[in-house]
Design a protein around this ligand. Structure first.
Ligand code: NOJ
Length: 805
């Protein structure tokens, strides 16, 4: 079943059937104010933190799925019939109710029609603002005058803290109340207490925490500020009492706050009326200023344009035109936009991440940076600097970097307080090693070589240059080696469910370390630090020998050793006898010899591939409570227990391109491309325009179903595999290499790419149907030698013609 389509021109996904198999969401806002909205206007908003700044409520995992949300009810006052501007919550018969939801870049728009009334409703957070706008335009398309009531509705939380609001009802119910003033519902929490968070949400005397929900464009004919009065006894959002009977001007005292503002309008045939609802965490003074800004409703059009210009300019730094539309949709809009959303909100706020993770996971964030590198290298640098400042002076990364991180003053996993506060009691083996691929990508993208010498504090104490940070990251691994001279897996490596401990070893981390040596050597050579080059080269040689002697088994790499010397991922094991991560990383790191690379990747294809991507290991683990293989707690072929874990799929695609297998790389990509499932959306369930954390694999009765939408490292790994692997755009210190690896039936394709402020229009011709290889490069009409386009030859605008062969 198909529920919508990609509109490439407007960079939108348009949902044409609202009864999607799961809530299909979009993200609005910025790090300062976030809003999640589904194709039925379900979702929630928060100021800065999904954990502590929640201002509107969402009931996760509820039977009454995907509620509440940002609702606009429309009622015909003459016949009493009512519906909503989004299909839900009223849920009219879809034979009579026509609707489209346009999810765009930082806005969502619902165009619906019922009984001769069209509503066109836009939701967005204006650029650099910390409130949200819901604008609706209602048009009478019937041939008779109509009397309508429009009621905007929102359910407030009683505490910004998600957990408190959900469970500590004996307290939170008794601190919240509402007022109606100046066409707004104002909600006050702890109104008598001074000294709460920020100036915006306290009143002028610093009292209380305030939210507002206001109406511009019409006087409110009636209102409600009390949720239970609005909904009514034994009713729900599909049939609220205050919609059937009209709002009753009841305010909250000691139960749940809401904002409901009813506008009564009359429309002649063909006539339209526009209203704007505004929502945010402001006390009366700030709210009134915001309301004043929307007295002229046309401001909405300019704000929407500004938002689109902002986002499209970022995404347009890299656009592709290939024979595969589904790939184009993802590279040009959705994968790229998802990379930014993941970058901004990490794993903190979605319909599955309910907001408990109040910080940035080290490995997640350092990888997320790679996804936006080609689109906004300066934003990438800021975050990279933060992550370097969250490296402990022993070289390891803080597993969780708190949103209020204070470089130089943080406790570490060596201090019991850190574990108690963050729930992360120990180091992970991989965290700081992610800095190497991310850092080198930043320097090569930006050309900012001086960054290597920038001085950045460590998380707990001391400071050092970026170069010094890299060296200490290597040292962290060297200080924690196991019996085979491979890095210990510690509390986890990339795989959260593999607890190898202080002496058990991880081949995955060994490959990461191998890559770290490569990057470090490249940088040290360029700096002319001969001693460091020699140091790292010797270590790399030793590691290579170790891996060859201990980690290679005929045609695959093992996953590691337990502290008892049990081999994980041995081809002779009963369960999990082949794992995806070491096979792919053996290639990405350059540690696999060419014949090993081919054998290992062929083995993946043979043993792990499915029609929806490659499983992370197989067969799934079925050993009760195994102390190392924690994934056994998940159902078979689910999540880390042999599921099609999505993040490594990007590694797999990239690895295949590195050995020149364009056909297979593209085959894998098609398997996991969400857009490939657009026609079969019931199988995948989650959005066909974003990646999720994993897909259920072969042993599941729901094989092919996706889970944990939006916030996943998959966005960045897959983006890197598309940009650098398939499209082949690889920044180097001195220029740009474009070396695509594509299916052999792609005879022609093109792309535009911004690189260090210069624009490149690239045409690629593939007359002989090869998968990889460059026969010639012509830059602005002149053939160039070699495969690298030197930076100094680039003009402001450039035409590049590449012939593969
Ligand atoms: C999700 C976590 O966010 C990520 O850090 C981890 O690498 C994967 N799970 C795999 O376990």
């Amino acid at each position: 079943m198909k529920y919508g389509y990609f509109d490439a021109e407007h960079k939108e996904y348009v949902i044409t059937r609202p009864d999607t198999p799961a809530p299909w969401a979009n993200y609005l806002g910025s790090p300062e104010y976030g809003a999640i909205i589904s194709g039925n206007a379900g979702g929630y908003s928060f100021v800065k933190s999904g954990a502590n700044g929640r201002i509107i409520r969402y009931r996760f995992n509820s039977v009454m799925n995907d509620q509440p949300g940002r609702y606009i009810y429309i009622k015909d006052r003459e016949n009493g019939d009512y519906w909503s501007a989004s299909w839900q919550p009223v849920g009219k018969d879809l034979d009579k109710y026509r609707t489209e939801c346009h999810h765009g870049t930082a806005y969502s728009r619902f165009v619906s029609e019922y009984d001769g009334i069209e509503s066109d409703t836009l939701y967005y957070v204006p650029l650099n603002k910390t409130y949200e706008v819901w604008k609706t335009k209602v048009t009478n398309k019937s041939d008779k005058p109509r009397k309508l009531s429009l009621t905007g509705y929102v359910e407030f939380t009683n505490s910004g803290n998600y957990e408190q609001d959900s469970v500590n009802l004996q307290y939170t119910l008794f601190v919240s109340k509402t007022y109606f003033r100046n066409n707004m519902i104002l909600q006050a929490i702890n109104e008598n207490i001074k000294g709460h968070a920020g100036p915006d949400d306290s009143d002028e005397e610093g009292r209380g925490i305030w939210r507002f929900f206001g109406l511009a464009g019409s006087e409110a004919a009636a209102y409600d500020g009390d949720r239970d009065t609005f909904v009514g006894k034994y009713r729900d959002y599909s049939n609220p009492r205050s919609i059937e009977n009209g709002c009753s001007n009841t305010l909250n005292f000691n139960t749940n706050s809401c904002g409901a503002l009813q506008a009564d309008i009359e429309l002649a045939p063909g006539e339209s009326k526009e209203l704007v609802y505004l929502l945010g965490a402001y006390a009366e003074k700030g709210a009134k200023e915001i309301m004043a800004h929307y007295q002229d409703l046309s401001v909405v059009d300019s704000e929407l344009e500004e938002l689109k210009t902002f986002w499209h300019a970022k995404l347009n730094r890299f656009q592709v035109q290939t024979p595969d539309d589904n790939l184009n949709h993802m590279v040009n809009t959705w994968n790229a936009y998802q990379c930014f959303i993941t970058f901004i909100w990490s794993r903190a706020a979605s319909f599955q991440y309910c907001g408990l993770r109040n910080g940035l996971g080290y490995r997640d964030t350092v990888q997320d940076i790679q996804g936006i590198m080609h689109l906004d290298p300066e934003l990438a640098r800021e975050r990279l600097t933060l992550m370097l400042s969250a490296q402990v002076n022993n070289g390891g990364g803080l597993p969780l970097v708190k949103f209020d991180h204070r470089p130089g003053f943080e406790k570490t996993p060596d201090d019991p307080e850190y574990g108690a506060e963050t729930g992360h009691p120990a180091y992970r083996a991989d965290d700081a090693l992610w800095l190497f691929p991310t850092l080198i990508r930043y320097v090569k993208e930006s050309g900012n070589w001086a960054y290597i010498d920038e001085v950045i504090p460590y998380a707990n104490k001391e400071e050092g240059t970026v170069y010094d940070h890299l060296k200490r990251a290597i040292q962290f691994s060297l200080d924690r080696m196991g019996a085979h001279n491979m890095p210990a897996g510690l509390h986890a490596d990339w795989n959260d469910c593999l607890r190898l401990g202080a002496k058990g070893e991880s081949t995955f981390v060994a490959f990461q370390l191998y890559m770290a040596y490569n990057v470090f050597i490249e940088i040290a050579e360029r700096k002319g630090n001969k001693e460091d080059v020699a140091w790292a080269e010797k270590l790399r040689e030793e590691l290579s020998r170790t891996l060859q002697e201990n980690a290679w088994e005929d045609d695959q790499f093992i996953r590691g050793f337990t502290e008892e010397n049990e081999v994980i991922g041995s081809r002779t094991n009963v369960d999990a006898n082949i794992w995806l991560e070491p096979q792919t990383w053996s290639v990405l790191s350059g540690a696999a010899r060419p014949e090993q690379a081919k054998l290992a990747l062929d083995k993946v294809y043979e043993k792990l591939n499915t029609k929806y991507g490659a499983m992370v290991c197989y067969p799934p683990i079925n050993r009760d409570g195994h102390p190392v293989l924690l994934m056994s707690l998940f159902n078979p072929t689910t999540k880390e227990n042999g599921g099609i874990f999505s993040q490594p799929q990007g590694w797999l695609v990239l690895a295949e391109t590195m050995i020149g297998n364009g056909n297979r790389a593209f085959e894998y990509y098609k398997e996991i491309n969400p857009a490939s499932m657009n026609e079969d959306a019931d199988v995948r369930a989650i959005e066909p325009y974003v990646h999720g954390q994993f897909i259920e694999a072969v042993d599941s009765p729901f094989y092919g179903r996706g889970h944990v939408h939006w916030l996943t490292g998959t966005a960045s790994t897959v983006m890197v595999s598309l940009a650098e692997g398939i499209m082949g755009v690889q920044p180097e210190f001195d220029g740009l290499r474009i070396d695509p690896c594509v299916p052999d039936n792609w005879t022609e394709f093109s792309m535009v790419r911004e690189f260090r402020g210069k624009n490149l229009n690239v045409q690629v011709k593939n007359p002989n149907g090869v998968q990889k290889g460059i026969a010639s490069i012509v830059l602005n009409g002149t053939p160039i030698e070699g495969k690298l386009i030197p930076e100094q030859l680039l003009k402001a605008e450039n035409d590049v013609v590449i012939t593969m062969g």
